[in-house]
Design a protein around this ligand. Structure first.
Ligand code: SF4
Ligand code: SF4
Ligand code: SF4
Length: 219
């Protein structure tokens, strides 16, 4: 357990994270990582999108020795800033599995229809790439409002605020859909759980991302 000053709130830690929601840190989103840091259960060096600026800021907030800020942890995947996802529409089968995992709702398309990425809203987090069953999504270089690689937290502030808001809206939207699905099933007289369980899907994606980051480890 790492020491954490008892005056530091989860919000203050979360405010220093880039809000890419990419799960590279090994947590479901930035807020979960902030919570683990607050509990003294995680090191400050697990956020590739945040880079050195985030590690120094977290170290300062958590009163770590600034002379020995750790390098990025070995077991986290690199993040390709200033890249966006591109769907090969000739291969896309319209399964819609990429929709619920996109933290910024940057993908548009209905079930059994071709899907496409709104580049300006894409952070390049790669969660859709992991979720796609036919591997028809790849990254291409493009700088956007959502993925610009800012060197300082001050420069990043507007971006991270925008991404936090987009993710909050995404969670509300999908919670409402899950609620609607449950209501429809209750009205239809079935007690079966919703098939689009986003939490289960995210858990699968997180496990895949961990396996990809550390292929020699046990699942
Ligand atoms: S690694 Fe990704 S999810 Fe984790 S804190 Fe950084 S931006 Fe957020
Ligand atoms: S489109 Fe894909 S890479 Fe872009 S933000 Fe959404 S999930 Fe991440
Ligand atoms: S997950 Fe892949 S195949 Fe399915 S809709 Fe998205 S891009 Fe198309």
């Amino acid at each position: 357990m790492l020491a954490v000053p008892n005056t530091v709130a989860v919000d203050a830690i979360d405010a220093l994270l880039p809000q890419t929601q990419c799960q590279r840190c090994g947590y479901a989103d930035c807020r979960d990582y902030a919570t683990a840091l607050h509990a003294g259960e995680a090191e400050i060096n697990r956020c590739p999108p945040g880079g050195a600026a985030t590690r120094v800021a977290l170290g300062t907030l958590l009163l770590r020795d600034l002379q020995s800020i750790p390098a990025l942890a070995d077991d986290v995947d690199a993040y390709a800033a200033e890249h966006v996802a591109l769907i090969d529409e000739a291969v896309c089968i319209g399964c819609a599995k990429c929709l619920p995992v996109c933290p910024t709702d940057a993908i548009v398309g209905a079930a059994k229809r071709i899907h496409t990425v709104i580049a300006e809203a894409c952070t390049g987090c790669e969660l859709c790439i992991i979720a796609c069953p036919v591997d028809c999504i790849s990254l291409r270089a493009q700088q956007t409002r959502a993925n610009t690689d800012h060197e300082t937290l001050a420069a990043r502030e507007m971006q991270s605020t925008h991404l936090r808001d987009a993710y909050a809206a995404h969670k509300i939207r999908y919670a409402a859909r899950a609620e609607e699905g449950l209501s429809a099933m209750i009205a239809g007289g079935t007690t079966t759980e919703p098939t689009t369980d986003k939490r289960a899907l995210l858990a699968q994606i997180l496990a895949k991302a961990k396996a990809r980051a550390n292929p020699g480890a046990d699942a």
